[in-house]
Design a protein around this ligand. Structure first.
Ligand code: HC0
Ligand code: SF4
Length: 568
């Protein structure tokens, strides 16, 4: 423990504390731009410089630790001027189109310019003339707006280990680019959108599909249904000023109904169906010579990753489609039957915390209903935008409920939104299928939490089932490399592409950090605890689906509609 002063306020902290964090303890925020709490420090922008009493040179607060007796000044006139100069230089080549920018009012650069009063630029504005790149249909890269903080590259290289984008060149030529500057669709990009999550400005964002949805719901000849993913309901509120983790299911449904959707359904219904299919697939594999471990298949960024980087492991991947796509196949086959509607008139929309879901829905094999199973995918951010455009006072909406039957779900389904949730939900069902005994304690807590790699052993009627869970693609590699080397005897592995699982998806509100994810995660498990039914196979609407339509898990019809296969 050392003692320092920040603007004459004494602070005692461990000597490994960054000046930035010591200042926080004194109640002082030092501005940052290239720094992100979940990423490695780069210290390239230098906006966080502070003065040290007795020293001439400024120090960057994000990359330097405190030392005993140090006296830091964070807001002297010289510091304020230096920060302003840095901002002036960045703004000299930044497009001055804040009004039209997707990040308007949510841009970290805009906020800094406002805070430091950069109102009369010193330098002529000469933005780079680079047209936005959007041909991949998922992620837009508007590199004219890039401030070269390197956060996206750090995310793609070090956290996701995908390496689709990276820093290149030096000095004035320094930039973030793909290999050989090729379009993103020709790179190894898995469309996880994690680069979007950490971008401080409007250089990276998802393709905006809100206009397509406005047109669909404005078309009176169409029956427009929407499904909402588990992780959206614990994050959407942040877009309306509510604290992270706020549960806004009722308000979200009310808003969707007011927007004009004909039916408000739940991806969680299909998550319960996924559990029935996948737990039976697991048991079938365990009772045969089939290859183990079985690896979950619901996270589309992960599917893109395994196809590109570990194609030899594709036989391990579950044939189950993701809940989004199972829902899509059912809403254009089963639902028209029960509702007496022509499937040709249905437009199916999903709201996802994920950008890779846009890519997944457009895959050519996702047409097993005879139509495109999911027509339009919105992110959490895009739904918030539509609600704002419609002018609803979101926080004062009176809560409403999902429509039946595709809106009925269990606690096992909602936990899909957090890393370990699919595993836990599958074990709840597999246990009862194998033992025939009612599982009293449904909580497999070893599966929970934000830790990157989790392992556990579960006793299924005397048979030990070994499971592993990874979230984030660097962590996925740890397990995949073990499987490849034959160094593990797992039966079942869950992999989610994004750090923390879908609660940390690339389509979630900007400002997502580990702390935000913790809050969302707690709410996910709270929702599970509050559900009257917490096991997928006990969902009455799912039971009816099997009785009336699918017959049984892994039936021929279930295979046709709910499963797919991957070609190595
Ligand atoms: Fe997820 Fe899903 S849990 S991938 O994170 O499995 O996006 O929330 O919707 O499909 O259910 C995302 C979230 C989903 C799917 C579900 C799964
Ligand atoms: Fe990398 Fe994911 Fe961004 Fe693609 S979407 S560039 S894989 S971080």
């Amino acid at each position: 423990i050392v003692t320092v002063t920040i603007n004459d306020i004494p602070v005692s902290c461990p000597e490994t504390t960054l000046i930035l964090d010591a200042a926080k303890m004194a109640g002082i925020d030092i501005p940052v731009l290239c720094y992100h709490p979940d990423l490695k420090v780069r210290a390239t922008c230098r906006i966080c410089i502070v003065e040290v009493k007795g020293q001439k040179k400024f120090k960057t607060a994000c990359s330097n630790e405190v030392w005993d007796g140090a006296e830091f000044i964070t807001n002297s006139p010289a510091i304020r001027q230096a920060r302003k100069d840095i901002l002036e230089l960045i703004l000299a080549e930044h497009p001055q189109e804040c009004l039209q920018c997707i990040r308007n009012t949510k841009c970290e650069l805009q906020q800094l310019a406002r805070d430091f009063g950069v109102s009369q630029p010193l330098f002529a504005n000469k933005p780079k003339q680079i047209p936005p790149e959007d041909a991949n249909g998922v992620i837009v890269r508007d590199m004219a707006k890039c401030v070269k903080c390197g956060r996206c590259a750090e995310m793609c290289q070090e956290v996701q280990t995908v390496g689709a984008i990276n820093t290149a060149h030096r000095s004035v030529d320094y930039e973030i680019t793909t290999a050989f500057d090729r379009p993103l669709q020709d790179s190894t990009c898995v469309y996880c959108g994690q680069c979007i999550s950490v971008c401080p400005v409007g250089a990276l964002y998802e393709q905006d599909d809100t206009e397509k949805v406005w047109q669909a719901i404005g078309d009176t000849g169409k029956h427009v249904v929407v499904q909402v993913a588990p992780a959206v309901r614990v994050a959407l509120g942040e877009e309306f000023g509510l604290p992270p983790g706020s549960i806004t299911i009722g308000k979200m449904i009310a808003a969707l109904r007011r927007l004009g959707f004909d039916k408000i359904f739940d991806t969680n219904f299909a998550a319960d169906v996924t559990i029935l299919e996948e737990s039976h697939e697991l048991l079938a594999r365990m009772n045969s010579e089939a290859v183990l471990p079985l690896i979950t298949s619901c996270s589309p960024g992960w599917i893109n990753f395994v196809e590109t980087f570990y194609p030899e492991l594709l036989p391990h991947v579950s044939s189950c489609k993701s809940p989004q796509q199972m829902f899509g196949a059912l809403v254009k086959t089963y639902y028209p039957k029960v509702a007496g509607i022509d499937a040709a008139n249905i437009i199916s929309v999903s709201v996802m915390p994920c950008t890779a879901k846009k890519h997944e829905s457009a895959r050519p094999e996702m047409n097993s209903s005879g139509y495109r199973d999911v027509d339009i995918v919105l992110t959490t951010r895009e739904l918030a935008r539509m609600i704002k455009q419609a002018g609803f006072d979101f926080n004062n909406l009176v809560g409403e409920a999902f429509d039946a039957p595709l809106g009925i779900s269990t606690g096992a389904a909602v936990i899909f939104g957090a890393s370990g949730g699919v595993m836990e939900a599958a074990l709840r069902t597999a246990y009862e299928v194998v033992t025939g005994i009612d599982l009293a304690n449904v909580e497999f807590t070893a599966a929970r939490g934000l830790t990157g790699v989790k392992e556990a052993e579960v006793d299924l009627a005397g048979k030990k089932v070994k499971v592993a869970i990874a979230n984030g693609l660097k962590n996925a590699r740890v397990i995949l490399d073990k499987i490849k080397a034959g160094q593990c005897d797992y039966h079942f592995v869950e992999i989610m592409c994004c750090p923390g699982g879908c609660i940390g998806g690339g389509g979630q509100p900007w400002g997502t950090t580990t702390a935000t994810k913790e809050a969302r995660l707690n709410s996910i498990y709270q929702l599970d605890r509050e559900m009257p039914i917490r096991k997928s196979h006990k969902n009455p609407a799912v039971k009816a689906l099997y009785k009336e339509f699918l017959e049984k898990p892994l039936s021929r019809k279930a295979h046709e509609l709910l499963h797919t296969h991957y070609v190595p």
